[in-house]
Design a protein around this ligand. Structure first.
Ligand SMILES: [Zn+2]
Length: 290
């Protein structure tokens, strides 16, 4: 029976990169934001585009070996519930991709996690593990301000407070669900990708795979998410967006909010606090020190 790894966290936390890196492992297959696609709240738009929208395997959603059957069922039976739709995806995954591989879902929201939990309760999947993905509060706030075309300390504080409340809520939910959880920091994923991906392999009880360093969605069925998934060349050349280093509104707001720095350090930099001595770990070389 199927194993599922769910990427949980805030939107715009770098889950597309993580999804691609996971799909670089031959025992993990990324499906993108699978529970988003199957959720009745979101599926209508996706289903309408299924003849043109491409999956990372190169086929359209309609032609994809995984998504073709699932989207066809949802079109024919629009009343299918979220959990049943995800159940069909899990079933189709076992048939077409193989049940000896991990299905990764990067939907990130609580709704998706709840739906997988229900499938686990029903015995429709073997195991459910969670990767809690957190991006540095300042980096997340900066991207939010850029997207909303806002700036200034008031807006920065609001964005940082949102980050803090969301991360606390996620940690609380994870504690309640008592699922196996592994924390991944987006910054560490970019800067120490060897150690970060080695930690993920250990968590999923898989041998370490070097190919996770060269993310390409070609082996996955990533049907949603940002366009990076379709351009392997672009995704391998992904560089970290460090513009927030120079934003005074964010730096000042960050310093003024009590408790934020401690939470940001522990949630966004889980590796830095650990003693890195897994045998599979190859220390990152400091070639970009200047
Ligand atoms: Zn596909």
């Amino acid at each position: 029976m199927l194993n599922v790894v769910y990427i949980y966290g805030l939107g715009h936390s770098g889950s597309t990169l993580l999804d691609l890196m996971l799909s670089g492992h031959d025992r993990i297959v990324g499906t993108g934001e699978a529970s988003m696609l199957t959720s009745p709240d979101y599926r209508e738009k996706r289903l309408a585009e299924r003849e043109t929208k491409k999956c990372s395997c190169g086929q359209t959603l309609q032609e994809c070996v995984l998504w073709g059957t699932v989207t066809q069922t949802l079109v024919s039976n629009p009343e299918t519930t979220h959990v049943d739709a995800l159940g069909q995806l899990a079933h189709r995954f076992s048939e077409s991709v193989g049940s000896n591989r991990w299905l990764s879902d990067s939907s990130k929201n609580a709704q998706g996690l709840d739906a997988w939990l229900e499938l686990k309760r029903r015995g429709a999947i073997e195991s459910l593990k969670v990767i809690h993905l957190v991006r540095d509060a300042r980096s997340h706030a900066a991207s939010q301000l850029v997207r909303s075309e806002r700036s200034g300390i008031f807006n920065a504080m609001r964005a940082l407070r949102f980050w803090k409340a969301s991360v606390l809520q996620q940690l609380d939910a994870l504690k309640q669900h008592q699922l196996p959880v592994h924390s991944v920091g987006y910054e560490e994923l970019c800067l120490f990708s060897n150690a970060s991906t080695a930690g993920i392999c250990e968590f999923l009880e898989l041998p370490y795979s070097e190919s996770m360093q060269n993310p390409s969605g070609a082996h996955g069925h990533i049907a949603t998410g940002n366009p990076m998934r379709l351009d392997a060349r672009k995704s391998t050349a992904t560089t970290y967006d460090h513009r927030w280093f120079f934003r005074r509104d964010i730096q000042l707001a960050y310093a003024l909010l009590p408790g934020l720095e401690n939470l940001n350090r522990s949630a966004s930099y889980p590796l830095s606090g650990q003693n890195l001595k897994q045998p599979s770990f190859r220390p990152p070389t400091a070639t970009h020190a200047s």
